[in-house]
Design a protein around this ligand. Structure first.
Ligand code: AMP
Length: 215
């Protein structure tokens, strides 16, 4: 089962993917997480993408698709994966189709939420640098700066600043929103209301997966 999760930055893709990966036992493949780990490790890949990411711009399609192909070739992804943050452009969507072959993407979940709401969510978002757990600024771990799960540092992402947030949301509208039509025309798109509590969003996604006969 290959699930692609689409939605504006701050729509809750990461939070939902962690929950879904656990219940469906398929890996959560977040291109953003992979790139952030590369930046942290100071690898060649990290050095190449750091400035682009910090500015909130998109990394080039070929590079992203190499990262995805490599990740999906690992043994834990043989039964499927949850793709979070990829695809983000039409070129990536076409390249993913070519990479997967038949039967390809099983379903595309669009977490739908108003731009005003995500702007506030992103400004308040804090994240553990070690394990990636997402917090909001009022959570104890965010206030103390120490992750309650792993003890790692809880920080604001360098691209959760007002300028970078604006650039990323523009990139979403320009490059990613057209994917909704692309996947809808293939009968793969399911839109879920992302402006609900976390459990309700997961419940709606579970119901959509069941309705498609994917579990
Ligand atoms: P995310 O964690 O998904 O918000 O991604 C953080 C940053 O990583 C983005 O703003 C881009 O700079 C880069 N990135 C992640 N995934 C992609 C992708 N599929 N295509 C292009 N750039 C990406």
């Amino acid at each position: 089962m290959i699930l692609v999760v689409l939605g504006k930055q701050g729509a809750g893709k990461g939070t939902q993917c962690v929950r879904l990966a656990e219940s469906y036992r398929i890996p959560h493949v977040s291109t953003g997480d992979i790139l952030r780990a590369a930046v942290k490790a100071g690898s060649d890949l990290g050095l190449e993408v750091k400035a682009i990411m910090d500015a909130g711009q998109l990394v080039n399609d070929d590079l992203i698709m190499r990262v995805v192909a490599d990740r999906l070739s690992q043994s834990d992804a043989h039964n499927g994966a949850l793709l979070d943050g990829c695809t983000r452009t039409l070129a990536q969507a076409e390249s993913l189709e070519a990479l997967l072959g038949e039967p390809g993407v099983s379903m595309v979940i669009n977490l739908d939420i108003a731009t005003e709401l995500v702007t506030a969510r992103l400004s308040a978002r804090r994240v553990c640098q070690e394990c990636g757990t997402i917090y909001t600024e009022s959570d104890i771990s965010a206030i103390s700066g120490t992750c309650e799960k792993c003890g790692g540092d809880v920080v604001q992402r360098p691209d959760d600043t007002p300028d970078a947030i604006r650039t990323r949301l523009d990139a979403y509208e320009r490059d990613t929103a057209p994917l909704l039509d692309f996947y809808s025309s293939r009968g793969l798109l399911v839109t879920i209301n992302g402006d609900q509590d976390i459990e309700s969003v997961t419940g709606d996604i579970d119901a959509a997966i069941t309705k498609r006969g994917l579990r």
